[in-house]
Design a protein. Structure first.
Lengths: 419, 101
């Protein structure tokens, strides 16, 4: 394989070359430093490469401009475009300019790079042997097929159990958006389809800045889709990256989460699946809840949901584990488990199996916070009480508790960093 | 800065790249100081952006975090915050411990 690697950062060129050679020992890599060399001219043998990896910020050039020029040449190979995280409008423009894939540089792992290059350079024979690759190819093909008025579906960015998720853009102004397309096999499942459409109905009803904004929904050729805002700040899982965040920041996120829960509970909706992957950040740092795939009307949950266990075991309330009728205190408990993880960088309970973790929520005392976080212990205790009658009753109570006990601390924590 | 931030695990097969990586970080620190002294916020923003991109890739998450602070500080022209972040970067580079796995 021949790779043209265009990046102004020596360390990234070294790293990406190493990853590629570890996978393809005989790969020929041309490390192209745009600080030393001008844009490849007409005499540059562009067609002799199998793939180009092109960075957006080239030091003394704009990768998007380079992309446009290179893509005008008929022999231009597939291009993997690298963007900075939190700059999705550039990704949108790159895909429109002809990039064949894009990756957020900050999150570019060995696996993601190899997977992308493999996909870009795969021949038809390889495509038939790898189920993962076949699934992604199918996803890409589907994205190119679905027509949504005013929206351009650009690129597969994620796959879940029920839906594929695409980066998209509004045709008028290139605003990045997300399109969720329900998997075909789920469309034929009446219950799953109802749940997907219920998600749209519920989220539209909430209309809160703490909940993902829905731009539209509909059907195209037997595919159900949902168009929603794109979150440039990524999700809480990425923010945490297996580590704690500063207490003041954890409390800020938690307070935002409480406002979000207040808004959705007010509309009579339980989320029931709070987890780091479902808490998204906008560019301005504000937080919003997404994925109401298993959310329920409070009345419906109370009436019909006994015996059904849904949710993510790490964040499940004891009553959820038991399959009992739920009320809004189940979300308060899950939010408490999330706060524990934000403060300590660790899961409240671990186990070999999902069932083991779930049983801890039912039977084990939550671990105490470490010494330096003791001031939050009382808050934590009241969030993750096994007995829901002893828990905070609603988000407003929690917000009141935070205001009374931590607002002063939050202000002093914030100024601490500046000195 | 947390003590945990100063302990970095790097993949064994990247070990030979680390001396160059660290040398570039020290050069970067010098460039940050020069840019701050000259109040060259565009240069500071670019350097911060580069740190943000390269740190996580090698497993140096704190380099990315500080890069973000520097990029944000350069955008808002906050010299105090930039000075604090650059000092922290200096301290970090002097303390960082690298283990290979």
């Amino acid at each position: 394989m021949r790779v043209l690697l265009i990046d102004d950062d020596e360390d990234l060129r070294n790293l990406l070359s190493r990853y590629i050679r570890a996978q393809w020992a005989d790969a020929e890599i041309e490390a192209y430093d745009p600080l030393e060399r001008d844009m490849p001219g007409a005499d540059f043998p562009l067609g002799s490469y199998d793939v180009v990896v092109l960075d957006y910020m080239l030091g003394r050039g704009d990768g998007l401009e380079w992309l446009k020029v290179l893509k005008q040449r008929p022999e231009c190979p597939k291009v993997l475009f690298l963007t900075g995280a939190g700059n999705e409008i550039i990704a949108v423009r790159a895909m429109k300019a002809g990039a064949d894939d894009y990756q957020r540089k900050q999150e570019l792992t060995r696996e993601k790079l190899i997977s992308s290059l493999r996909e870009l350079t795969a021949n038809p024979i390889e495509r038939t042997v790898s189920p993962d690759l076949a699934s992604r190819m199918e996803g890409h093909a589907l994205g190119g097929k679905v027509r949504i008025p005013g929206i351009k579906v650009l690129h597969l960015i994620g796959e879940g159990g029920t839906a594929r998720v695409y980066l998209a853009s509004r045709e008028d102004d290139d605003e990045p958006l997300v399109v969720k397309i329900l998997r075909h096999e789920i469309v034929t499942n009446k219950k799953a389809l109802e749940r997907f459409m219920e998600e749209y109905d519920m989220v539209e009803r909430i209309q809160s800045r703490h909940v993902a904004r829905i731009v539209g929904h509909g059907n195209y050729d037997n595919y159900a889709y949902l168009v929603m805002e794109f979150f440039e700040g990524g999700d809480l899982n990425k923010r945490l990256a297996g580590q704690a965040v500063a207490p003041a920041e954890a409390l800020r996120f938690f307070r935002e989460l409480m406002f979000a829960l207040g808004d959705i509970h007010e509309k009579g909706i339980l989320h029931r699946d709070l987890k780091p992957q479902n808490l998204m950040f906008r560019r301005d740092g504000s937080l919003a809840i997404v994925d109401f795939g298993i959310a329920k009307n409070i009345a419906a949950a109370d009436r019909t949901n006994q015996g059904e266990v849904l949710g993510t075991p790490r964040y499940m309330s004891p009553e959820q584990v038991q399959g009992r009728a739920l009320d809004l205190r189940t979300d308060i408990y899950s939010a408490g488990v999330l706060l524990y993880q934000m403060l300590t960088g660790e899961h409240m309970f671990d186990g070999q199996t999902a069932m083991e973790v779930a049983m801890h929520h039912l039977n084990s005392h939550p671990p105490l916070l470490p010494e330096h976080l003791q001031q939050y212990q009382r808050l934590m205790d009241k969030l993750v009480e096994k007995d829901r009658d002893a828990r905070f009753r609603n988000a407003d109570e929690v917000i009141g508790f935070l205001s009374r006990n931590f607002e002063q601390n939050a202000a002093s924590d914030k100024t601490e960093r500046l000195h | 800065m947390d003590e945990k931030d100063c302990k970095v695990m790097v993949a064994k097969d990247l070990e030979d790249l680390i001396p160059v990586f660290m040398r570039n970080r020290h050069k970067e620190l010098d460039a940050l100081r020069v840019a701050l002294a000259a109040a060259d916020f565009e240069q500071l923003r670019q350097l911060g952006h580069r740190m943000k991109g390269v740190g996580n890739s090698y497993g140096f998450a704190h380099v990315s975090t500080l890069g973000k602070y520097i990029e944000d500080g350069a955008r808002s022209g906050d010299r105090g915050a930039l000075q604090a972040s650059i000092s922290e970067y200096d301290e970090y580079l002097s303390k960082v411990q690298i283990a290979y796995e």
